[in-house]
Structure formats: C-alpha cells, structure tokens
Design a protein around this ligand. Structure first.
Ligand code: R1P
Ligand code: URA
Length: 319
C-alpha cells in the first residue's frame, strides 16, 4: 500500500481554515483527491482496517488503496468497493472529532457527500439487547450544562439552570437509512440468533451524550454529575430513543447545516455493546461476527446511493 504518515511538519497558511502548501487540511492531513464522495466512518482504527478488507484489491479491479494516518488520530482509507470509489475513515470519539471529520472532509471534496457512521452504542430499549444493530431515523444531543456546575458566585446566569440540556431531533437521510436497514436485515438473517447476534431495530432515535459517563447517566462516585434523572428526562422528551452513543446525532446535525451547492446525506447504524436496561455487555466473539457483516452492509448501501456531482477519477487516488 502507498502509506503516507502525515505529521504536518509543513508551514500552514490561513488561520481561519488552515491548510499546508499542498492543500492538506490541518487535522485530517488529507487533500482533494484522497477521499471519495461515499464515506463509511467509524470510531475505531481496527474496525476501519477490518472493513477495508472488503475493498477491491489491485488484482480484482485494478483499484489502488490509499491509507493515511494523521497526526491527530484520523485514519483515511480510500479505494473501490465493487468498482465504486469509497473511503473508510476512523475518527476516534466524541462530537468534536465528528466536527473535525465532517468539516475538513467537506473542504477537500466537491459534490454530494453520502456518509454512513457505523459505531457501537448503549441501548435504552428492551427491544435492542446487546448484539442488536440499530438504524436510527434521527438523533438528538444530551449535553452537560456547564453553567449548572459553576460555583454560585461565579455564574453568569443567575436564574435556575438544569444540569443537562436535551436537544430536539436532527433527521437521518431517509433513503440511505432505508437501504441500510434492508441490507442489514438481509446480511444478518443467517447469523441472527446465533453467537449472541440479534436483529435490526430501525426507526427509533439515537442520543449523543457529550460524555460516555455523565450525560449518559452512568454513576461515577468520583465526580459531581447530578445525572440521576438524565436518562428518564431524555426518555420523556424522546420516548422512542433506542441508542446512546457520542457521534451520530452530531453527524445528522452537521448534515442538516451543510450549505448548497454541496449537500451532505447522512445515516448511521450501531451495534449495541452496552445494554443499559439489563446491564449486560456484548461478548467479543459476537463483535467478531457482527462487525464485518455490518461493515459490508454499509459498503453495499453506499454504492447503491444516488450521489449528485460525484467527483471524477482524474487526479485522484482511485484513478
Ligand atoms: C465509547 O466507547 C465510544 O463507542 C461508541 C461511542 O459513540 C464512542 O465513540 O462509538 P465507536 O464504537 O464508533 O467509538
Ligand atoms: N458507546 C457509548 O457511547 N455508550 C455506550 O454505552 C456504549 C458504546
């Protein structure tokens, strides 16, 4: 593989949106032609590399594979799946990594972006035990309201404040989510019910916590979190909440904020790792079966999606 370890030692210009002299964006370390319009994003580098095994090899389709590790922990793998250019990108964890990924990827691409995030999650629904795969119709955010935790005398806001803020819903792309749910159902049917693998739960909501701990209602006696009611409040505000994780709602939010002429269409799916209803956790053997199956379904979905103004191959790594 032509591997580039990009450490950004070059001089950057433009403090507003920094790039190096060859057009590489500051944190992802990639430039135009290195990332495709169809993107599968995950948190974990190992998951990205495992899914990349599904990409066409040079022997099969003459498709070169590009791989870049950025100095800030972003991994970009670009190649072809069944002849169609796709990128698989690992971004780490949290809303702010999703923000870096979406904005900097947008800056080095043109045309519509079709993005699927494949992550792991906690489940708040008895219908989605560990081993289930969730495809949400939309997502919202739960944020620790820092003002609540400011000492009384230092507060800017003198009125009553709540410890957590719960947003309204950002929609997932309907068409991509529908294809994704169908692909997952088809691919998971032969393994469902075996080795802890569950079924597909579609059409509920995802919640992004700003933390794995406080805003996801986990008890941590070492910190003052006042989070005893945050899950109940979230369920009251959004009764069809199924999954709880840290990036997918942010992706939906950024896709809704993307301006013409370059829209972003986004969907997500996540494997339930932590069953917050029964307090169970997924077995590694189940993950080993589930992850490649779900990854392949995401790639199958990406190549079926209509992408307007897709970039031409000339001058790109998939040329
Ligand atoms: C926390 O363990 C992480 O797992 C989930 C959460 O969103 C968070 O990033 O997703 P990934 O498995 O993609 O990292
Ligand atoms: N990821 C999360 O953010 N929360 C969980 O409970 C499991 C995975």
């Amino acid at each position: 593989l032509p591997i580039a370890y990009n450490n950004m030692k070059e001089t950057l210009s433009n403090a507003n949106f920094p790039r190096d002299s060859e057009g590489r964006v500051y944190h992802l370390g990639i430039r135009h032609g290195e990332v495709a319009n169809r993107i599968l994003t995950v948190g974990d580098h190992a998951r990205a590399k495992a899914i990349a095994r599904w990409l066409d090899t040079e022997d099969e389709a003459g498709a070169p594979v590009f791989l870049n590790h950025s100095h800030r922990g972003f991994l970009t793998i670009t190649g072809r799946y069944k002849g169609v250019p796709v990128s698989i990108m690992a971004i780490g964890m949290g809303n702010c990594m999703m923000d870096f990924f979406v904005r900097e990827t947008r800056a080095v691409t043109t045309g519509t972006l079709a993005i699927i995030r494949f992550g792991s999650c906690g489940s708040l629904s008895a219908n989605a035990p560990a081993g289930t795969v969730v495809v949400p119709r939309g997502g919202y955010c739960i944020r620790k309201n820092l003002e609540y935790f400011v000492k009384e005398e230092n507060r800017l806001f003198k009125g009553p404040v709540e410890p957590y803020q719960i947003s309204g819903v950002f929609d997932a792309d309907k068409e991509i989510s529908q294809i994704l749910a169908q692909e997952l159902e088809k691919a998971m049917a032969p393994i469902s019910g075996k080795h802890g693998v569950g079924g597909v739960v579609a059409d509920g909501l995802n919640a992004d916590g700003c933390s794995f701990y406080s805003s996801q209602g986990r008890k941590d006696p070492a910190f003052w979190d006042d989070n005893e009611h945050v899950i109940q409040q979230s369920m009251e505000a959004h009764p069809d909440t199924v999954s709880l994780e840290m990036e997918t709602s942010m992706l939906f939010h950024l896709a809704e904020c993307a301006r013409e002429p370059n829209p972003i269409r986004a969907a997500g799916c996540m494997q339930v790792f932590a069953d917050r209803v029964s307090n169970g956790f997924i077995h590694p053997d189940t993950v080993a079966i589930l992850e490649p199956t779900v990854g392949k379904s995401c790639l199958e979905t990406l190549i079926k999606v209509q992408v307007d103004n897709e970039m031409a191959a000339e001058g790109t790594v998939w040329e």
